[in-house]
Design a protein. Structure first.
Length: 172
């Protein structure tokens, strides 16, 4: 062990400090920087690919099991007496919340045509894109005043939303 320490001390004493004093040194430094940048990009692409794979797997699992989880959570809350709309587990918090019904644009083309023909210019964006908030405001006003449902609009009934919030470990 002593010999190793002495050799290490000797190597440090004899090691020359690097400085850029000529083209060869400059090229070495630039090559190092370029290699580090390339490595950074490679790692970034790998990370993006890994995240994309994780997102795909997440969506696949949600598609397969989200309905079952919601059903189980409803039954579990019912079993506990329906006093709450939130269920806590070790990994996540499951919540049911009432979402008010509203109108939504079901078909954009008839809505645009109607807004154009009825001179509802405030409902249209310049590039002939439906101004959804304005058209929905007009649809709500007309529905309330006359009972008329504007073209391209549907009534969305009240429903309950369901969310999953994961428990995050506390930072020390």
């Amino acid at each position: 062990m002593q010999a190793t320490l002495e050799r290490a001390e000797t190597n440090e004493e004899t090691r020359e400090e690097f400085h850029i004093v000529d083209e060869a040194a400059a090229l070495w430094y630039l090559r190092k920087l370029a290699n580090l940048q390339a490595e950074r990009q490679r790692v970034k692409r790998q990370a993006e690919a890994m995240i994309a794979a994780l997102d795909t797997e997440t969506e696949s699992l949600k598609h397969r099991f989200a309905g079952e989880l919601e059903h189980w959570a409803r039954e579990e809350l019912q079993r506990k007496g329906n006093r709450r709309k939130t269920l806590h587990t070790l990994q996540a918090t499951l919540r049911f919340r009432k979402v008010e019904g509203d109108l939504s644009i079901a078909e954009e083309v008839p809505a645009i045509e109607y807004a154009d023909n009825e001179e509802l210019s405030q409902c249209l964006a310049i590039k002939w894109e439906l101004n959804r908030p304005a058209y929905l405001d007009e649809a709500r006003r007309r529905l309330e005043a006359t009972g008329e449902l504007l073209p391209g609009v549907r009534v969305v009934p009240d429903r309950e939303s369901f969310t999953v919030s994961f428990v995050m470990p506390e930072e020390n």
